[in-house]
Design a protein around this ligand. Structure first.
Ligand code: MD3
Ligand code: FE
Length: 223
C-alpha cells in the first residue's frame, strides 16, 4: 500500500510537469494540461462561496441509489437527479431559490479553454460541481440532458488526481483510462460530445489545496 501511494504521488508529479501541453484525446476532445493551474485558488474560493448558499449533497438516481459523488451547481441552470429522473432546473430543490450565479472566474475560464480547443464563443449557462471523497466514483454514462449537443462541455479537475474513463459511443465499448490531475482542463465537443465516460473510485490521498477531495467543474450550455 505504501509503495502504491508513492507510485501515485510520482505519477501525479510527472503529470503536473506537463502543465501547458495539449493532447488530442479523440476528434473533438482536447486535454489542456494545467490550463486552470494559476486560477485554481480563485476557482476553489468561488466553489466555497457557492457551497455556502447551495450545499453539496448526494443526489438520488431515478433507480433510488444514493450517488457517491456530492454535487451542487452554479449558473442559471443546475443539473439534478431524483426519483423522477435527470433534468436541469432553475431552482435548488433544497432551498427553492435560484442556483448561485456563475462567478466571473468560472465564465472566463470556460470561454478561454473552449476557445483554445477550437470552440470560440462558448457561453455556459450551467456549471455542475462534483465533489469526490476517497472511494467516490461515477459510473459510465453519457451527458445528454442538454438541449443542443452542438455545444462542447468544458471540464476542470481540482485537488486530488483521478483516473478518468473515456469510453466509446456504446456503453460496451472499451474505455481508455486517462489520469487527470489538479489544474487539468478537458474540452469535449464535436464527435466526442456523446461518448460514454466515468471516473474510477478516488484513491485516498491529501492535496495541499483541497485536503482529501477532488473537485470537478463541468461547464455546459444546457438550455
Ligand atoms: C466526455 N463528470 O459531471 S468530467 C459529469 O470528473 C462528469 O466529475 C466527470 O462526467 C468528473 O457528467 C467527468 C469529464 C467529462 C465531462 C463531460 C463529457 C467528459 C465527457 C461529455 C462527453 C464526453
Ligand atoms: Fe458526464
Amino acid at each position: 500500500m505504501t509503495l502504491n501511494l508513492f507510485a501515485a504521488d510520482e505519477e501525479a508529479a510527472l503529470l503536473q510537469q506537463q502543465a501547458g501541453t495539449r493532447e488530442a484525446l479523440a476528434p473533438g476532445a482536447v486535454l489542456l494540461r494545467g490550463f486552470a493551474l494559476d486560477g485554481a485558488p480563485a476557482l476553489l474560493q468561488a466553489v466555497d462561496g457557492i457551497a455556502a448558499h447551495a450545499p453539496f449533497r448526494h443526489l438520488e438516481t431515478p433507480g433510488g441509489q444514493r450517488m457517491s459523488v456530492a454535487m451542487t451547481n452554479s449558473g442559471p441552470l443546475g443539473w439534478i437527479s431524483d426519483r423522477s429522473g435527470y433534468r436541469y432546473g432553475r431552482a435548488d430543490p433544497l432551498s427553492g431559490r435560484p442556483w448561485p450565479p456563475l462567478p466571473a472566474v468560472f465564465a472566463t475560464l470556460a470561454r478561454t479553454a473552449a476557445e483554445a480547443a477550437g470552440f470560440a464563443g462558448f457561453a455556459p449557462d450551467a456549471c455542475l460541481i462534483n465533489r469526490y471523497a476517497p472511494g467516490a466514483r461515477l459510473s459510465l454514462h453519457q451527458d445528454k440532458d442538454e438541449r443542443d449537443h452542438g455545444h462542447p462541455i468544458v471540464s476542470v479537475s481540482l485537488g486530488l488526481p483521478a483516473v478518468f474513463l473515456f469510453g466509446g459511443d456504446a456503453r460496451a465499448d472499451k474505455a481508455q483510462r486517462i489520469p487527470l490531475v489538479h489544474g487539468d482542463v478537458v474540452v469535449w465537443g464535436g464527435p466526442a460530445r456523446l461518448r460514454y465516460h466515468g471516473v474510477m473510485p478516488l484513491a485516498e490521498a491529501e492535496h495541499p489545496l483541497t485536503g482529501a477531495c477532488r473537485i470537478n467543474l463541468t461547464f455546459r450550455k444546457a438550455g
